[in-house]
Design a protein around this ligand. Sequence first.
Ligand code: T46
Length: 146
Amino acid sequence: MTRTDIIPRLVTLISSSKVILNELGNITVIEDEIILGLSPRRLYFINNVPKGTIRGHHAHKELHQLLVCINGSITIDVDDGINMKSVTLDSNKKALYIGPNIWHTMKWNDDLAYLVVLASEVYDEKDYIRNYEDFLNGKKNEDDSF
Ligand code: T46
């Protein structure tokens, strides 16, 4: 298991080296004490998305999530209000952790790309920040509190 900070403490790429291969097929395992500490309360899948579609365009106030692309390729852009980074998930051995207050978009590079997400909480529309100006203003207020 290797971990690469994309945005320190807020967005981390986790790569699994644990693949169990045999004549019956493959099992890929992504396990990590911090991610397991997420104690996911929700699992959702996104598929049947036409190539080129960009979804997301929001941040979450409290939610922690782990994203895995189990087929095809999806590019995730993350933005903490200052740093913008891009990560392509193109292997089921990779998982992207996204913490709260990270603006993110997901671009489908393949029609058959399939995104699996573990989320720390059940769905709550009130947890979404869907307006980029509101996101930046929230970040500014966060900084002012220090
Ligand atoms: C995220 C990225 C990675 C529900 O009713 N329950 C759910 O659990 C989810 C995930 C969505 N919905 C409804 C809310 C909207 O009416 O499904 C509709 C589409 O959701 P949204 O436009 O937010 O989908 P994405 O792909 O932009 O974002 C999703 C998650 O919603 C979001 O939390 O971080 O995937």
